[in-house]
Design a protein around this ligand. Structure first.
Ligand code: HEM
Length: 526
């Protein structure tokens, strides 16, 4: 009898504790954050409990897709994309300005599309002083774990110190031949398509596959088959994690999407064990961790044990680079091809530059130093990254109280920096903001943006993208090889509907692997 009473008491205590915790999580803590931000002058759309502003966001997104999806008539393709990629932010900005508060479930976010405000928020904060929103860290754990994108504090310093040398000029130079090799393989397949009389190419998919192969070979020294399995599973996971109906920020949302949560966990475990076996076979191989590619540097013990990565850390970094290393660069190239297809005069300009700098007879080798002389291609890359930034937003969490323009941002506040908005703001770029004009970058690395923090394709401060030199080199090599062999037009089958699925992609929803940017290609050099 007494044991039954004991059990009941334990159960009651557990239930009471659960209810108290849920109350704290769902009600008291958000309410305190809301009041604190309000007191400090942050306004925004009124949240409802427990969805915050999610319902309104979903509604605005659906309306924008119905309205904005356009067919491929060139004149109908607009680069004025902010209101279709982030319709809720575009709409709220009209009422609350460029800095306001909004809610993902019970998680408050300060939205920032004002470069001067961002400059002041970031001044004096070192890379290790920034946090990443806990809500995303938890949600995206199977994808990035505690890799460089998510890690914080002294651990971030340690990871960044070990990883940075992998992108040294000497290491980048050694990657050129592998990049040329993988790209040539892709272009030979394109040639076959053109010769078969079906010149329509699924550009995004082609480029993602090639970029994936490049990162697998250059950073991990593994062949494309091993890499492909990891990439396929990572993409599947991305599709699950970023489906729009998920309710990130709503307490216990994983219980509402149990099947999806279990599936994501399963994929995460499979990816981890695939990567562990790649790491193990690398350890067992003769060259082991002494190779100077990314995996070699991660595996090297360092002079002391201070820099040594645990197996879990190694796996998390591999996932981070497998994902970060291919998706963004491939999307930068995909968007560039769309822009060049719409602007044949720029295809001609770049071809002329390639001819002058590298030669067009195929005998001049592409190398690291020559590529850096492709200046106009650099302007085109910047302009493509401005109009269609593959990383459409940057997220942070404050780890100290910050005072800006008389407002206090409390510790633990989530920040959402809207890169697409800043890159499309006429107040920063002028009335031609939505036009493709690479010459903006001719004499100014910031494209004559009125504020230095208004152009952020690779992020800012100490946490700026560690792979930017690699991706610039890869971009120039792949584009050079493509332009030497093909010219591009927009296919009538292309539907312009850019969307944010972590990265900025050409089509709405990654429902299947068949949503690609379609471009008609013609062989120009035989
Ligand atoms: C066009 C190509 C690329 C774009 C637009 C891009 C964009 C970005 C942005 C905006 C950030 C800052 C994120 C933040 O502050 O939260 C970032 C960070 C990062 N990127 Fe890239 N990236 C590109 C290519 C690459 C490549 C090729 C790699 C790896 C091979 C890479 C690996 C990373 C990593 C590891 C970080 C985290 C750095 C840190 O927090 O210390 N990225 N990237």
């Amino acid at each position: 009898m007494s044991s039954v009473i004991g059990l009941i008491v334990v159960l009651v205590v557990v239930v009471v504790l659960f209810v108290l915790r849920a109350l704290h999580l769902c009600w008291l803590s958000p309410l305190r954050a809301y009041n604190e931000l309000k007191r400090n002058g942050f306004d925004g759309p009124p949240p409802s409990f427990p969805l915050g502003n999610l319902r309104d966001m979903a509604k605005k997104k659906t309306t924008s897709i119905t309205i904005k999806t356009t067919s491929a008539t060139n004149s109908m393709i607009t680069h004025d994309i902010h209101s279709s990629v982030f319709p809720y932010f575009a709409s709220w900005s009209k009422s609350y300005g460029k800095v306001f508060m909004y809610w993902l479930g019970t998680e408050p976010f300060v939205y920032i599309a004002e470069p001067e405000f961002l400059k002041q928020v970031g001044s004096g904060i070192l890379g290790k002083g920034w946090g990443k929103p806990n809500v995303f860290k938890k949600d995206r754990k199977p994808m990035f774990g505690n890799g460089l994108v998510m890690v914080e504090g002294d651990d971030w310093v340690r990871h960044r110190r070990v990883i940075t040398p992998a992108f040294s000029p000497a290491n980048l130079k050694a990657m050129v031949d592998l990049m040329v090799d993988s790209t040539t393989k892709m272009l030979d397949q394109w040639s076959k398509l053109v010769e078969s009389g079906d010149p329509e190419i699924e550009v995004e998919n082609s480029l993602i596959t090639t970029a994936a192969e490049i990162i697998a070979r250059t950073s991990f020294g593994i062949d494309s088959d091993d890499g492909k399995e990891v990439f396929d599973k990572l993409r599947e996971m991305q599709r699950m994690l970023f489906q729009s109906h998920r309710m990130v920020g709503v307490p216990y949302n994983k219980l509402m999407h149990l099947k999806q949560t279990m599936e994501t966990r399963r994929l995460g475990k499979e990816i981890d064990s695939l990567l562990e076996s790649i790491i193990d076979s690398r350890k067992a191989s003769k060259s082991g961790g002494s190779r100077q590619d990314l995996l070699g540097l991660l595996m090297a013990d360092g002079k002391s044990n201070v820099n040594k990565f645990t197996t879990t850390e190694l796996v998390d970094e591999c996932k981070t680079f497998f994902f970060g290393g291919q998706e963004t660069t491939a999307l930068a190239l995909t968007w560039t091809l769309l822009l060049l297809a719409l602007h044949p005069e720029w295809q001609r300009t770049l071809r002329e530059e390639i001819k002058q700098v590298i030669g067009d007879d195929g005998h001049h080798l592409l190398d690291y130093n020559t590529i850096s002389r492709l200046k106009k291609m650099g302007w085109v890359m910047n302009e493509a990254l401005r109009l269609y930034s593959p990383a459409p937003n940057i997220q942070r969490q404050t780890r100290e109280e910050i005072r800006v323009s008389g407002k206090t941002i409390p510790i633990g506040t989530n920040l959402w920096i809207d890169v697409v908005s800043m890159h499309h703001d006429p107040e920063l770029w002028g009335s031609d903001v939505n036009e493709f004009k690479p010459e903006r970058f001719k004499d100014d690395v910031n494209g004559e943006c009125k504020h230095k923090m208004g152009f952020l394709p690779f992020g800012f401060g100490g946490r700026m993208c560690v792979g930017r030199n690699l991706s610039t080199m890869e971009y120039k090599i792949v584009l050079t090889l493509m332009l030497r062999r093909f010219s591009f037009e927009v296919s009538p089958n292309y539907s312009h509907s850019p969307t944010s699925l972590l990265s900025l992609r050409p089509v709405y929803e990654l429902l299947s692997s068949l949503f690609y940017l379609l471009i008609t290609s013609k062989l120009v050099f035989t």
